[in-house]
Structure formats: C-alpha cells, structure tokens
Design a protein around this ligand. Structure first.
Ligand code: UDP
Length: 324
C-alpha cells in the first residue's frame, strides 16, 4: 500500500510526508523536480518506507506510472507563489495546469484513486469583504497583469478536479491553503514570516511592504497537513472545496512587532512602497481571512489560531541553525 505525494520535497509537502509516515503504515512515494523543493526537507527521514523520485509533473507517462501504483495521491507540486509566476510565467502556468491535469487523468484512469488537490487562498483574488467562504464570488485583475496567473491557474485546477469528480467519479477533494507557515519555509520566494525572522535575527530592519495595515491569517503547517490528511480520508468531503486556514487575521505591522518582541531583536521596522517591493502593477489583497464553517462541519475542527506557536517554531529552527 502506498501514497504518492507530488511536491513532497517542498515546504508543505515534506511536512505532509512526515505526517503520513507517522500516522499511517503506508509507503510514501515523493515526486518532486527539486526546483523549489529540497532534499534537505526529507533528510531527517531515515526509513525504507520513503521513496523519492526526481521528476516533473508535466511528464505525463511518469505521472501515469506513479499514480497507477498508488492507493491515494496528494497533489502539491506547483510553481509556488506569485513572485515565481511573475518571473517565469510560461513555465509556471504549464506546471500548474498540465501537472494537475496529468495527475487527475491518471487517478481517474487507475480505478479512481482518491486524490487531494492543493489550491490557494489566492483564488479569492481581490475579493472583499473577509472572511472568504468557499462559495463566494471571486474578483481578479486583467490577464495583462501576470500576477493574476497564479490565482487563475489554481482556479482552473479546481474546475478540472471538480469536473473529474462530476464526470469520471473521481474521489477528489480540494484544499485552499491560507498563508501556511512554519519550519523549512524559506524567505527566498518573498514569504513574510521567514523573511522577518531572518531580518530580526540578523539585526536588520524588518521590511514591511506598504503601510502594513494589510492582514493575513497565518496557519501552522502541522495543522495544515493534518487537516489535509483528514480531508482525503473523509469520503463526505469528496467533490468539495475547503478553506484550510486559521481564522485569525493579523496586520503585517503587528506581525513585525511580534517578531521583534519574540526574538528580542534591536531591529527597526521600515516601510517599503509596494511599487519598490514588487512590479509597478502589483495588486495586493488588503485582507485575507478564511471562513472555516464548512471545514468545521466536515471534520469537527479547523486549524488553531496561534501566531506565537508559528513564530516560536520558526525562530527556534533559525536559532538552532545559528548554534549548530
Ligand atoms: N510582506 C512584507 N514584507 C516582506 C514580505 C512580505 O510586508 O518582506 C507582506 C506582503 O506584501 C503581504 C504579506 O506580507 O502583504 C504576506 O506576504 P507573503 O508573501 O508571505 O504571502 P501572500 O499573502 O502575499 O501570498
């Protein structure tokens, strides 16, 4: 019995692999192209129940072969983050559209293998007001602003997954991740928490973009992966979309202050205009918060709203690194 995790060497994927190895008796097969994922995310796992394949989700025959040997699939492989899609639009769109199509096609062909598809709170675009519920309308910007390519690709992935459920009886569930954070996330792709923690520990200014009143609901990766596992193993949720996030918005100003407090750093906060931080035409959602009623109804729980838990784990990881 085995489970396939695409993107399993990535930040969320590697925590999901940890969870599946700890909570099930299955073998876990990871498919990852190591573009943003890293072997070091799995290096702590010394077990013959884990197999890692270096490959691309756009490789249709490889995906078909791996899915046909799996009893369940978690599809997390994607070109991550808006910055990546702005810098490499074609490659990112192809990975996020073709990769998902390949996984779903193969899962439907191999006796309807239960499949989780990772989506994103980005699909809510610049909608308002918060909190966002799964059935709410979405508002996106123009196709001439590549920034919306990520949201559009993830929304198309959701349509594809729901289509496979409706027409091919595929037991599929979609999770919309809201600002998932925790150990192993790098600041390399612009994510705010690892960036602030690294700046605070180095004594550098924390770079708050814009006026810092924008809010995000941060969710610990361990919560996100345990909910992910429960969603796929709860058949009532198949054919459905769920928000996966802690309903606890924090402003970026408050986040920066808390990082400084918890690290005991002498760093200051500096405000950087959005136009300097991103491209000129970059549009930022002001507020982002999940409505978790649907998740609660399905699982009887939702992620824990506990920013300090997240920050302490991220700080501890960095501090250990410094000491080691
Ligand atoms: N942000 C910031 N400074 C940074 C990186 C990000 O102020 O060094 C802001 C960013 O503009 C956004 C929020 O923090 O308002 C969360 O950014 P992140 O990239 O982590 O996730 P997003 O919500 O944009 O997907």
């Amino acid at each position: 019995m085995s489970i396939l995790v695409t993107g399993g060497a990535g930040f969320i994927g590697s925590h999901l692999v940890d969870h599946l190895l700890a909570e099930t008796d299955y073998r876990v097969v990871v498919l990852d192209d190591f573009s943003t994922g890293s072997a070091s995310n799995l290096a702590h796992l010394d077990t013959d129940r884990l197999e890692t394949i270096d490959g691309d989700v756009r490789d249709e025959s490889l995906v078909a072969k791996l899915v046909s040997g799996a009893d369940a699939v978690y599809h997390l492989a994607a070109a991550v983050g808006v910055k990546t899609i702005v810098e490499n639009p074609l490659d990112s769109m192809q990975t996020n559209l073709e990769g998902t199509k390949n996984v779903l096609e193969a899962a439907a062909a191999s006796d309807s293998t239960p499949t989780f598809v990772a989506s994103s709170s980005e699909v809510y675009g610049k909608s308002e007001p918060v909190p966002f519920a799964e059935g709410d309308d979405r508002v996106y910007g123009s196709t001439t602003s590549q920034r919306w390519g990520y949201a559009t690709a993830k929304a198309a992935d959701e349509f594809l997954a729901l289509g496979f459920h409706a027409e091919r009886d595929l037991p599929v569930v979609i999770g919309r991740y809201f600002n998932i954070v925790g150990p192993r996330q790098t600041g390399q792709y612009g994510m705010v928490i690892p960036t602030f923690v690294e700046q605070a520990l180095a004594g550098d200014d924390l770079t708050v973009y814009g006026d810092g009143t924008q809010t995000r609901s941060f969710t610990h990766v361990e919560d996100a992966v345990s909910i992910t596992h429960d969603l796929l193993t709860t058949p009532d949720g198949h054919g459905e979309v769920f928000n996966v996030g802690a309903p606890d918005p924090t402003s970026i100003n408050d986040l920066a202050k808390r990082v400084i407090e918890l690290t005991g750093s002498d760093s200051e906060i500096t405000h950087v205009p959005f136009a300097e931080a991103y491209d000129e035409d970059f549009e930022e959602p002001d507020e982002r918060e999940p409505d978790v009623s649907k998740l609660h109804d399905a699982l009887g729980r939702a992620p824990t709203a506990d920013l300090d838990w997240i920050l302490r784990d991220v700080i501890d990881e960095r501090t250990d690194e410094v000491i080691a």
